[in-house]
Ligand binder design. Structure first.
Ligand code: PLP
Length: 408
């Protein structure tokens, strides 16, 4: 049986913003690791929620409240299915950052003793460094980071060497937002499990590109953000093992997270509601569920294969640009091309690319320790998604040549 052709034009047609003129010309949107654009299906689901279902959830008995609750809790079922998890394992958050903070404060903080270590890697996003630092500092513990090799892959032996009896927790990025490196999380989780150390996987950059079966993976926690997977901003979730979530104390107080409240004492709702204080982002949940439906309709494997083809083509195009040096050349790599150029600072290059309609991210990408590891203050990062095509790559290469000439 032949595999169906990947119809990138038909996919592009579903993303209205891709035909938005920028600087008076064609947009080549290559800033997908920062946030992805949204297809009609997601925009329509959010619009439909507000037009036909909006009310506060879990509280009133009227028809609209019932519709809102059904939509919101239906989204939880959909998201749980994505990870092969149970609905009770899905805690809605504002995104990866909040999900990591939740685990840092509710799970790790009560367990952390002076002298303990939290083991990270040298390629973590600030969101997967600072929350651990905050609780570690308070408890007299410390954060330790495993080395990164010259090609941007994890020094696995170096990481293993840092595992010891003081290691209380491990957190690791699945796919690096700055380099595209895919970490060997299966091996890491196996090594951690052998020592009984809990592991959190930062899935911010992986859920839209790699299939994740949470129970099979064996991690204790996984975090993600809807906006990096064609869904709305300000929404995401924590996926957790039930025995952990059931035992964890609340970390935010307010409505919906309680069972009873009196001035003397309050008691807590069950997980996941115990962690969802206040009126939640119902439209966010609905939009995220629609985004996962959309990815499934195209096929995650087909998207990953398309992005890989573009990564290979893009890497070859960039190799022909004089003075360009790629940062991050790991064998197992997602759709990220991060580079520096001898002609000028990443910021100046990004500014020129913008004049030619090319949207890339420039800077430290919230990974300052990783930039220091490679001895650069910043990189230019072009990152891929389902709707990118060869024209986007050609536009990037053309604009880089212009930048080289202008800055020379
Ligand atoms: N972790 C990684 C690897 C990321 O790329 C990002 C966002 O860029 C985050 C965490 C934080 O995600 P959010 O800002 O959606 O909470």
């Amino acid at each position: 049986m032949s595999t169906p052709r990947y119809d990138v034009d038909a996919i592009r047609a579903q993303f209205p913003i891709l035909s938005e003129p920028v600087r008076g010309g064609r947009l080549a949107y290559l800033d997908n690791a920062a946030t992805t654009q949204k297809p009609d299906a997601v925009l329509a689901a959010i619009d439909d929620y507000y037009r036909h279902k909006n009310a506060n959830v879990h509280r009133a008995v009227h028809d609209l409240a019932e519709r809102a609750t059904t939509a919101y809790e239906g989204a939880r079922d959909r998201i749980a299915r994505w990870f092969h998890a149970a609905r009770e394992q899905i805690v809605f958050t504002r995104g990866t950052t909040e999900a990591i903070n939740l685990v840092a404060y509710s799970f790790l903080r009560p367990r952390l003793q002076p002298g303990d270590e939290v083991l990270l890697t040298g390629m973590e996003h600030h969101s997967n460094i600072v929350p651990w630092q905050l609780v570690a500092r308070e408890k007299g513990a410390r954060v330790v980071a495993a080395p990164v090799l010259d090609d941007g892959s994890l020094d696995f032996d170096g990481w293993t060497a840092l595992l010891n009896e003081r290691t209380r927790f491990i957190a690791v990025v699945h796919v690096s937002n700055s380099l595209g490196t895919v970490n060997p999380i299966d091996r890491m989780i196996a090594a951690a499990k052998a020592r009984g150390i809990p592991v959190l996987v930062d899935g911010a950059q992986s859920i839209a590109h790699l299939a994740i079966d949470f129970p099979a993976l064996g991690a204790d926690f996984l975090t993600c953000s809807a906006h990096k997977a064609y869904g709305p901003t300000g929404f995401g979730c924590l996926v957790g093992r039930r025995e952990h979530l059931d035992a964890m104390p609340p970390w935010h107080g307010g409505g919906d997270m309680i069972r009873t409240v009196s001035f003397e004492e309050s008691t807590w709702n069950e997980a996941p509601y115990r962690f969802e204080a206040g009126t939640p982002d119902m439209a966010g949940a609905v939009g995220f569920a629609a985004a996962l439906d959309w990815i499934e309709s195209v096929g995650l494997d087909a998207i990953a294969a398309h992005e890989h083809r573009l990564l290979v083509e893009g890497t070859a195009l960039l190799a022909d640009i004089p003075g360009l040096r790629m940062i991050g050349t790991a064998k197992n790599k997602g759709g990220v091309m991060s580079f520096v150029m001898t002609v000028g600072h990443a910021q100046d290059i990004g500014t020129i690319l913008d004049q030619y309609g090319v949207a890339v991210r420039t800077g430290h990408h919230c990974t300052m320790p990783l930039m220091a590891r490679f001895g650069v203050p910043a990189t230019v990062r072009a990152s891929l998604a389902a709707y990118n095509n060869r024209d986007d790559l050609d536009q990037l290469a053309m604009a880089l040549r212009k930048a080289s000439r202008l800055l020379a």
